[in-house]
Design a protein around this ligand. Structure first.
Ligand SMILES: C[S@@+](CC[C@H](N)C(=O)[O-])C[C@H]1O[C@@H](n2cnc3c(N)ncnc32)[C@H](O)[C@@H]1O
Length: 205
């Protein structure tokens, strides 16, 4: 499996280390039975700040978050422990490893600002590929939606090409029902005046 994320650990504070190793109720386990109807998967929630706000704001949904970046992950665990939230489960690692373990389908999947890997020699590290889209389609409920947001023009073109290469998912005009706060990457895109593009995908009929 090609690695799609950089190995940055970020400097972990003592608090980060504490929450990174905490046996919190929010940590994913195959044994946990989630009966909630509206399951959301957030792929790569980064520093977790906007992700945590989104969880509070969208408490009709049950969020799963996968993030290999330890600092962001530990902050999300800290958020769970310090706030009265019931609707979040976290996985510290590659989302493809999480998806291998999950037996159910998600109703909504979102990928906000996936690492663009703009250099030619790194293109193979991009997460959104034809193969990954097909894989996600098998983990998406029949009426489900996928939201991908990026400000990278190169990645936007790449995503368009990868969508065309497969036939399990197609572009949708439906509205993605989950509100989101501006993440640090969103704010950076605004400062750079980059065009932020949203792709909404549904299962092809
Ligand atoms: C550019 S950041 C965006 C973070 C966040 N979504 C935001 O909007 O600020 C991309 C994130 O995706 C994560 N990532 C990359 N590949 C991943 C994978 N295979 N599974 C889970 N997360 C991944 C990276 O660790 C990184 O934190």
């Amino acid at each position: 499996m090609i690695k799609t994320f950089s190995s940055r650990a970020g400097r972990l504070s003592e608090t980060n280390k504490f929450y990174l190793h905490k046996k919190s109720k929010c940590i994913f386990s195959e044994k946990k039975l989630i009966v909630h109807e509206q399951k959301v998967l957030d792929i790569g929630f980064g520093d977790s700040y906007s992700f945590c706000k989104d969880i509070i704001e969208n408490n009709d949904f049950f969020f799963f978050g996968a993030e290999p970046y330890k600092k962001g992950f530990s902050r999300a665990v800290e958020f769970f422990e310090k706030n009265d939230v019931e609707n979040m489960i976290l996985f510290n690692g590659d989302v493809r490893d999480l998806l291998e373990k999950v037996k159910f389908c998600f109703d909504f999947i979102r990928i906000h600002f996936p690492d663009p890997w703009p250099k030619k020699k790194h293109i193979k590290r991009r997460l959104v590929t034809e193969e990954f889209l097909i894989y996600l389609s098998n983990k998406l409920s029949d009426n489900g939606l996928i939201q991908i947001i990026t400000d990278s023009q190169k990645y936007q073109n790449h995503i368009e090409e990868e969508i065309k290469l497969q036939n399990k998912l197609s572009l949708s005009k439906r509205l993605f029902p989950i509100t989101y706060h501006q993440s640090s990457f969103y704010k950076k895109a605004l400062i750079k005046k980059n065009k932020i593009k949203e792709f909404i995908l549904q299962k092809s009929s």
